[in-house]
Ligand binder design. Structure first.
Ligand SMILES: NC(=O)c1ccc[n+]([C@@H]2O[C@H](COP(=O)([O-])OP(=O)(O)OC[C@H]3O[C@@H](n4cnc5c(N)ncnc54)[C@H](O)[C@@H]3O)[C@@H](O)[C@H]2O)c1
Length: 295
């Protein structure tokens, strides 16, 4: 079992949605918190609220797409608390619409945050965790969009598939690197794949940097995808707090795959069967109602 009390958690994208819920859950378990977000005002509000509730927390404004800032985040965590036991590579953004209508800026923004942000987190924190020789764990937030490829969200799907593969490989690499190491000193990892949950994700554009904004107006497919995302997110049945609860249970048990909406698994199986039987891909949105509520 992974013990949380008194341990140090670093959370990216901590000022909203899942990240904030992870922080609240960690605080309730007596963890020390290092919260990172690209939005400094929302981050300061989150840190203040947690401190008002008695938590030991610091905020480090961080753009996870910037390798140097993520390394500075790791150093800030060590300066404040000396160790890092739990890392949530959680910050993420999305943009929708037909693939061929997406701009180079759309690709750069989403991949810089969703993929490179996780990569920088893994690079900066895993060596620290391995050196500590104490139980430690990394949770990468992917999505059901890392297991399925719904239409009109191709960049997001591709970025989350990258997070799935990156994290499965991290699992294998950690196993190899720690083969024969002493009991208790192990670094583990988990892959979080939620479906749609009401958070700020449908309004992710608020975090897009000025230099990656589009000059052109959104196309019809982009407007439709934005509306569909708003509806799907708002209709999500689980809350961010529910997702945090499920995630902490999985970390405690050191479980790798964290699928918060198990109704989605029949569609994942169908996708795998399409591949195995060389069938053309089934549109996941044409299937079960659960998939319409997947994200
Ligand atoms: N809500 C859903 O339905 C859903 C489903 C599956 C996966 N996810 C994933 O969950 C993660 C968290 O998203 P959420 O739903 O809580 O959304 P959210 O918008 O509520 O929270 C995301 C946070 O990340 C921050 N952020 C954005 N760009 C950043 C950057 N470059 N550096 C640091 N912080 C940055 C934002 O300021 C925001 O506070 C994301 O990776 C998202 O893709 C969300």
């Amino acid at each position: 079992m992974f013990e949380f009390e008194g341990k140090v958690a670093v959370i990216t994208g901590a000022a909203s949605g899942f990240g904030r819920a992870f922080a609240e859950k960690g605080a309730s378990l007596g963890m020390k918190l290092v919260l990172a977000d690209v939005n400094p005002e929302a981050l300061a509000q989150t840190v203040d609220a947690l401190r008002a509730g008695g938590a030991e927390a610091i905020g480090v404004p961080t753009d996870v797409s910037d390798a140097a800032r993520v390394e500075a985040l790791a150093q800030a965590a060590l300066d404040a608390f000396g160790k890092v036991h739990l890392l949530f590579n959680n910050a993420g953004v999305g943009s929708g619409g037909f693939l061929w209508e997406s701009t180079a800026n759309d690709w750069a923004w989403v991949f810089n945050v969703n993929v490179m942000g996780v990569a920088h987190g893994v690079r900066a924190f895993t060596p620290i965790m391995l050196r500590q020789n104490e139980p430690a764990h990394i949770v990468n937030t992917a999505s059901v969009a890392g297991l399925l490829s719904p239409p009109a969200m191709g960049i997001y799907n591709a970025s989350k598939h990258a997070v799935v593969s990156l994290t499965e490989t991290l699992y294998h690499d950690l196993q190899l690197a720690q083969a024969g190491s002493t009991e208790g000193g192990t670094v583990g990892c988990s892959l979080l794949c939620p479906a749609f949950v009401p958070t700020g994700i449908a309004d992710a554009e608020r975090a897009r940097p000025a230099d990656l904004r589009n000059d052109s107006r959104p196309t019809r497919s982009q407007i439709a995808a934005g509306k569909q995302l708003q509806r799907a997110v708002q209709s999500g049945k689980l809350t961010a707090a529910d997702v945090a609860e499920i995630t902490f249970e999985a970390i405690a048990a050191r479980r790798f795959y964290i699928v918060t909406h198990p109704g989605i698994m029949a569609t994942v199986k169908l996708r795998h069967e399409d591949i195995e039987q060389l069938r053309n891909p089934t549109d996941p949105m044409s299937l079960k109602p659960e998939v319409k509520n997947a994200g």
